[in-house]
Design a protein around this ligand. Sequence first.
Ligand SMILES: CCC(=O)Oc1c(C)cccc1C(=O)O
Ligand SMILES: [Ca+2]
Ligand SMILES: [Zn+2]
Length: 307
Amino acid sequence: AQEISSTGSGIGVLGHQRQLNTFYHQGDYYLYDTTKRMNGVIETFTNQGRGDRNLPGVYVKDEDNRFTNQEQQAAVDAHYHAGQVFDYYYNTFGRVSYDDNGSTIRSIVDYGNNYNNAAWLGDKIIYGNGDGRSFAPLSGANDIVAHELTHGVIDETADLVYANQSGALNESFADVFAYFVDGDWLIGEDVYTPGIEGDALRSLANPTRYNQPDHMNDYQHLPNTRDGDWGGVHINSGIPNKAAYFTVHGIGVSKAEQVYYRALTTYLTPNSSFQDARQALVQSAQDLYGESAAQEVARAWDRVGVN
Ligand SMILES: CCC(=O)Oc1c(C)cccc1C(=O)O
Ligand SMILES: [Ca+2]
Ligand SMILES: [Zn+2]
């Protein structure tokens, strides 16, 4: 049968026109992108609102290669933003997909019912559609897509244990690379509370704005349970997030992204603490850019009380 890669179009969650890499197969066009290097395929499924027992759901397809229906919007953005994040990691670090071995990036949208979450499940990403009040469909935010795929990168590199300080670092590195991809200090702002302008899930510039600590004096010792957010991984991440904000202002974003990538892929290990992260980042800055950059990174961590 004739099978060809093709270029389609679509409309995203916020009404943006998107150009899409699709695949023609037996009369239909699929959200299946084979244009990436080393056969890095990007494919998008819908779970049609069912739960995790039905993963990965069904391929998203369209008969005229124009994915313009309302119910296709979440899939359009999951596919488009996954391609953007693949390109970011390849163009910036030469990394081919989350595992640097060209693994398929598989996204599933329409997960669950009114699900206000997104998650990396080890080899796929799931996105809820939100309940329309707390969230619009979550794949509509490129920083959320970057955050989830970075969880994949982290698992394949430092593999930071998702609890307590290593877990807060896991969360922070996911937010920091989301910042590098999206370019602003807010996380999730494009889909968070669609009825309220200007707010976000988190802010790296002002963690306290969204009830996160930005200094060790306010580190929250919580139980390593689901109710304790695994020791506060989404709370205490405010401290390394603020250090990242100071680091970018110290050495600039182009150096900072190489320093963060080198720390993640060379020095950090599953049980790394905030202190270990400071050392890994200072050493990476020293390796790549010398003494003055290393001192700027050390200063950034001094300012959040991690010495
Ligand atoms: C920025 C993306 C993010 O934080 O996604 C999550 C949401 C919305 C709820 C629960 C967990 C996560 C996560 O990926 O850590
Ligand atoms: Ca953002
Ligand atoms: Zn996360």
